[in-house]
Each structure stands twice: as C-alpha cells, then as structure tokens.
Write a protein that binds this ligand. Structure first.
Ligand SMILES: [Zn+2]
Length: 157
C-alpha cells in the first residue's frame, strides 16, 4: 500500500511507512481526524487567503478600472476639447471669412457710393461755381455802369 504522506510503496499489513514513519492504517481514528482537521484548517486558511487576495485583487481591479476610466475620461475630455477647439477655430475662421467677405462687399459698395456722392458733390460744387460766376457776370456790368455803390438787380426791382 502507498504511504499517505510520502507516497512510498509499502508492503500490505505494515502499520508504519518504511520511509517516513507515518502510520499506514487509515482507519486509525485520531490520526485521521487530526489529518482531516489539519487539512480542513489548511483549506480554510488557504481559502481565507484566497478570498483576501480575491478581495484585494477585486479592489485592485476596481481601482485600476476606475483609474483607467478616469484616464479615459481625461483623454476623452482632452480629445473632445481639442475637437471643439478645432471645430471652434474652423467655425470662427469660416465665420470670419463670411463676415470678411460681407465686409468687403459692403466696403466696396460703400466705396462706390462714396465715389458717387463725391462726384455729385463735385457736380454740385461746379454747378454752384457756375451759378456764382454767372451771377457775378450778370452783376458786374450793372455795378460798373452805376456810380452809386454796387447793388444787385434783385434789390433794385
Ligand atoms: Zn511515508
């Protein structure tokens, strides 16, 4: 039969292992219960350890997952922020392009109107000049002829 401790083969009927001296009679009550209890203790303690490790591992995993999620959130936040910034910059750029174009159009139109107004003002000025010259020309002969202080024809009539 096989020794329960060292697994050394022993002849049938032997009470003790020839190699390690462990009792070979499995029906030996006290030893069996002792072995069982020690095994149970070992199993229990190892189970406790296992569960403690499990818990620690779970906590570790939870912490790691949380950290990873936070990291992702940070990365996502940064990425979204960058995207928003890029979109914002592009949007503002296109908006400013549009407004810039509109401003250019308005400016050119305003410029044209200004030119037109300037021309009109010049025309008015030249017209006024012509009117003044004509009035002076009409006035001067009357003044020259007259010996009295120069008076306009309008005042006389
Ligand atoms: Zn043995």
């Amino acid at each position: 039969m096989e020794c329960i401790k060292c697994r050394a083969p022993n002849p049938e009927g032997k009470k003790y292992c020839g190699d390690c001296g462990t009792p070979l009679d499995l029906n030996l009550g006290p030893l069996k219960s002792l072995l069982e209890s020690s095994v149970r203790d070992q199993v229990q303690s190892s189970l406790k350890e296992y569960f403690r490790d499990q818990k620690a591992a779970e906590f570790d995993i939870t912490e790691r997952v949380t950290n990873r999620l936070l990291g992702w959130a940070k990365i996502l936040g940064v990425v979204f922020g960058a995207i928003l910034l890029i979109l914002g910059a592009v949007g503002i750029k296109s908006f400013s392009d549009v407004t810039g174009d509109a401003k250019k159009q308005i400016d050119s139109q305003v410029g044209k109107k200004k030119e037109e107004i300037g021309k009109l003002v010049k025309e008015v000025d030249t017209g006024a000049d012509e009117i003044r010259k004509a009035r002076d020309n009409a006035k001067q002969p009357a003044c020259r002829k007259s010996t009295s202080p120069c008076v306009t024809t309008a005042t006389i009539s």
